[in-house]
Design a protein around this ligand. Structure first.
Ligand SMILES: [Zn+2]
Length: 242
């Protein structure tokens, strides 16, 4: 699998919001501004046929209306499956009502976007991929998902936004590489992990490769100044092959 860390920052950091692309066709999270960012990085937006949303904070799904409207204006009817938390469609309707003269239904009828809302742990088979979702702990935002993507015996884990919890341990244990929320420079809190959580995870699993994401600038700097052997601090669009 080819993993591109499209964005590795959190709100307020200089990096794009946390998002990654698997094999150029599975996009995980759609932070504000990411559609144009992906085009500027010279990926073919038409190749993206699957989108996974981890949770319904704006920095993880607010560019979905722009992705949809882009398809609408370009008469693009390629199928895109959006696997997302329960309640996504209701929130998207609100975004359209507030921000756009084109109503949600009109755009949906002119494009080929299929929303698959779900609430909890399940397995979704899509072509050569198996996508496992896990309920993680992200403050009061429920549901919040991490994912494990399987293909050809390889597994990529994604935490979404999460504090350190049992589901995060399972995602790391069951994946070859894990892309983990490292928002904070020290200890984690009820919503996010910090550098010290990630350091513990890396030390406990020396055979795993951990990739930090959703970083505040201060967290990135601490990790650069105090490197850990099996931790990658990616720049936006860094590529990892496994
Ligand atoms: Zn969040």
């Amino acid at each position: 699998m080819k993993v591109n860390i499209i964005g590795s920052g959190s709100i307020g950091s200089y990096a794009m919001g946390a998002s990654c692309l698997i094999d150029e066709h599975i996009l995980i999270d759609v932070p504000n501004g990411v559609v144009k960012h992906i085009k500027n990085l010279n990926y073919d937006i038409l190749k993206i046929d699957t989108i996974l949303i981890t949770h319904l904070h704006g920095d993880h799904f607010f560019d979905l209306p722009f992705l949809m409207l882009g398809k609408y204006f370009n008469h693009d009817k390629t199928l895109v499956k959006v696997i997302c938390p329960y309640g996504t469609i209701r929130k998207l309707k609100t975004l359209f009502r507030v921000g756009f003269p084109y109503n949600f239904r009109k755009v949906m009828n002119s494009t080929n976007i299929e929303f698959i809302e779900h609430k909890g742990r399940n397995n979704i088979h899509l072509g050569d991929y198996l996508i496992e979702s896990r309920n993680v702990k992200h403050g009061k935002i429920k549901p919040s998902f991490g994912y494990i993507i399987h293909k050809d015996g390889k597994k990529v884990g994604i935490s979404g936004d999460s504090s350190f919890c049992t589901a995060i341990e399972k995602i790391v244990e069951q994946s070859d590489i894990a892309i983990l929320d490292m928002s904070l420079k020290g200890e984690g809190n009820k919503s996010h992990m910090g550098y010290l959580n990630i350091k513990d995870i890396c030390n406990k699993h020396p055979d795993k490769t951990i990739i930090a994401t959703h970083m505040q600038n201060s967290a990135r700097q601490v990790a650069i100044d105090n490197p850990i052997k099996n931790l990658i601090i990616p720049n936006d669009n860094e590529e990892i092959i496994l």
